[in-house]
Design a protein around this ligand. Structure first.
Ligand code: PGA
Length: 248
């Protein structure tokens, strides 16, 4: 089955609302594509202006986080129904920065994945190893544990519609991209893990991105790998280069 590529920008904690609108205008023509899905995952405060700015274009809006309850006394949090009402289609879950700085563990992330599906959002579930884990040779064991824990109770049909992003932590924002072979090896391993938990059809359908210092120069080779269905792009999603990555 031919999987459609998906290229998502992860803006992280960058861009004020007015800067966000200006960036959407700058990128508008550059990210046009009939052949890939394009997503901007933006800070919560930018969601409403960005949704407005990309209206009528090929760009979908994503959030960078969500909370596990629909409403109530959770000061500072944002719920899935709020995101949906604001026009959000995708949500990043389990980014390594949230796992590390905000101590989000797999049990909590599993609840977030299920909440996203319940609300009709498409999760972009992140996984990835530290440099130490890679050097110890436990990369795939670690990632399989993350995937299996984060997907407890998630159905095959849900997995078919979701996105998994493999992001080696040592490659994020470091300019140190995984080699094409390293990236493909792990993305293939994730697909095999999905086949084991679910079945071959589910593994064949789920889209798996690579993330970690993707740029205009390395995107084409990475995205040409059989198990890499696009990228989750941090730094390079904030500039005109993102258009080159989309049209790799
Ligand atoms: P980077 O970030 O492209 O700046 O390495 C990727 C990510 O963290 O999603």
């Amino acid at each position: 089955m031919a999987r459609r590529k998906i290229i998502a920008g992860n803006w992280k904690m960058n861009m004020t609302p007015s800067q966000a609108v200006a960036l959407c205008a700058e990128l508008k023509d550059l990210v046009k594509s009939d052949s890939v899905d394009v997503v901007y995952c933006v800070p919560a405060i930018d969601i409403v202006p960005v949704a407005q700015a990309v209206k009528g274009t090929n760009v979908a809006v994503g959030a960078e986080n969500l909370y596990i309850e629909d409403k109530g006394a959770y000061t500072g949090e944002i719920s899935a129904p709020m995101l949906v009402d604001a026009g959000v289609k995708y949500v990043i879950i389990g980014h390594s920065e949230r796992r590390e700085y905000f101590k989000e563990d797999d049990a909590f992330l599993n609840k977030k994945v299920k909440k996203a599906f319940e609300a009709g959002l498409t999760p972009i579930l992140c996984c990835g190893e530290t440099l130490e884990q890679r050097e110890m040779g436990v990369t795939l064991d670690w990632i399989r544990l993350q995937i299996k824990s984060d997907l407890v109770g998630v159905t095959a049909d849900q997995v078919k519609s979701m996105v998994i992003a493999y992001e080696p932590i040592w490659a994020i924002g470091t300019g140190k991209t995984a080699t094409t072979e390293q990236a493909e090896e792990v993305c293939k391993g994730i697909r095999e893990c999905i086949a084991e938990i679910y079945d071959a059809a589910t593994a064949d359908a789920v889209r798996i991105q690579y993330g970690g210092s993707v740029n205009a120069g390395n995107a084409a080779e990475l995205f040409a790998q059989p198990d890499i269905d696009g990228g989750l792009v941090g730094g390079a999603s904030l500039k005109a280069d993102f258009g080159k990555i989309v049209n790799y």
